[in-house]
Ligand binder design. Sequence first.
Ligand code: ATP
Length: 447
Amino acid sequence: MNYPDVMEKLVSLCKRRGYIFQSSEIYGGTGSVWDYGPLGVELKKNIKDRWWHAMVRSRDDVEGLDAAILMNPRVWEASGHVAGFVDPLVDCRACKGRFRADKLEDARCLRKPSKHPGEFADCQLTEPRQFNLMFKTFMGAVEETAATVYLRPETAQGIFVNFLNVQQSMRKKVPFGIAQIGKAFRNEITPGNFIFRTREFEQMEMQFFVDPDKSSEWFDYWKGERMAWHRSLGLTEARLEFHQHTPAELAHYAKAAFDVQFDFGGTLGFQEIEGVHNRGDFDLKQHTEFSGKKLEYFDQAANRRYIPWVVETSVGADRVTLAVLVNAYREESVPGEDEGRVVLGIDPALAPIKAAVFPLTKKDGQPDMAHAIADGLRPQFPVDYDESGSIGKRYRRQDEVGTPFCITVDSESAADNSVTVRDRDTLAQDRVSTGEIARYLGDRLAR
Ligand code: ATP
């Protein structure tokens, strides 16, 4: 199936309707950095809560962590990021563009009509140079090399350096995992596609520490769990697939790796949204060597001491948010109406606003009744109140931001103490008594 390219429409909808704004927009923006608006922050938070619930709260073999972004700089020497977290770059002397040498076929030169870098006759590309993707800054008052620290390019290292702290304080037995959600920063050379590849983003990572002999079993287990989680967000099954890393793609530390890919449609097509990696004992060994502290596990039952292997699941909160938005976006005609509608068919449980409450008209005390209903629901559900414009316009506004239910107070409501609840997807309307609305919404959202 060829899914349409909805990115441009989505970027515009997200700005117009309070999902995502360009960072520092009034100053002309910041390259590939985005701010989440009132609805975007709710959607991303719902996705992160889902992950935390699935990976931490509902399991007794995974513990949570929130490690700091700034770490001892030696961490990044041990992890290999100082020496190895680099992209080969070429500059074009004619158009002055800078491109990744290994991705020239995906890049467009800055001149019009644009071609791939190097294709114009007078184009001269420099030799590739290595460029480190970590952001550097300084700690303390002195800006000198000795005080250099890095903004973390991944959350995983915060977990490795806390392996013993968590294992000992929580008295965990291998196999067990440590999970965290947090910001990561990469000075990406070819960022783009909205929030797909940005320079500041959020990762949701879990490192599962296992007996080396059992790492393949656990790897298969986590592959299955993670794919099931993506499906649980409502991502269309046919748009999800695994991609196995070829030996050339495997990172230096990895024994095996699969990406979960999502079909973003258009020319972007299938792209990684999550990585599941068998990292072997690379990380704990490196940190043992660099810190001088033994990061081992003693299995009392087997009277055996070893360095656990790590099965890692690493997913970008922003990339999944984009996948959910792309998957949800649809344009359709409405039976009996001339104008079509744009719908964000987001899984109701993830939707930023669960219900919108409208008075049909501004007369006969309808607004008061609608306000009272909205106020009554608010402690339990994020709700919106809207009385401006025709009812059709108000429905369209809510469809476009993905609100699953619209509740309308009409001229009968005061007499029969009930309202109409309209379903975003089926357009079916139920008459529900006012005392039952919260229960009705609760049932429908739990499905
Ligand atoms: P890519 O090849 O797309 O740059 P990667 O293989 O470097 O990704 P990992 O280091 O495995 O990615 O990071 C795990 C996850 O973090 C990715 O699957 C993605 O969801 C997210 N991620 C990585 N880099 C970015 C970025 N620059 N912007 C947004 N999300 C990112």
